[in-house]
Design a protein around this ligand. Structure first.
Ligand code: AMP
Ligand code: ZN
Length: 135
């Protein structure tokens, strides 16, 4: 993908602070982090988002997320951790190349991952449940 900044990072055309790399993934520090240690797991192959990514690749990516998170927990003095993954502009995705955010949380930090809760009725929940139920 010619115009994709993460493809350029993967090819080495744009520098990055890499903390892990294998055949399929590159883990870099976010250049404009929400917190110290904010990392991104990038697939080496270009998938725009969750709707395009190969399921097996996604499975291996999440296994790697567990490893990287455990290492962060050992090394950084973190209190908690958010895993965030945006798909589509409306959801806040700005780089349309699949990536998982690993955000360490520290006491008193300014990170916010929050939404307002809807007050749905049981009927409304059932309606959505019947639409979404998978076999
Ligand atoms: P998203 O908004 O989920 O698409 O996240 C894109 C992330 O990429 C943001 O958190 C940016 O700070 C980060 N980012 C943008 N350019 C770079 C870069 N050159 N190196 C590392 N991270 C970057
Ligand atoms: Zn790309």
């Amino acid at each position: 993908m010619d115009n994709c900044i993460f493809c350029k990072i993967i090819s080495g055309d744009i520098p990055s602070a890499t903390i892990y790399e294998d055949d399929e993934f590159k883990v870099i520090l976010d250049r404009f982090p929400s917190n110290v240690g904010h990392a991104l797991i990038l697939t080496k192959k270009h998938y725009a988002n969750i709707f395009e990514i190969d399921e097996d690749v996604a499975g291996r990516l999440f296994k790697l997320a567990v490893k990287v998170s455990k290492n962060m927990k050992d090394v950084l003095n973190l209190e908690a951790m958010n895993i965030v993954q945006n798909n589509g502009e409306m959801a806040g995705q700005t780089v349309h190349h699949f990536h998982l955010h690993l955000i360490p949380r520290y006491v008193g930090d300014k990170v916010s991952v929050k939404w307002e809760q809807l007050d749905l009725t049981d009927e409304q929940i059932s309606e959505v449940q019947s639409k979404l139920k998978m076999n």
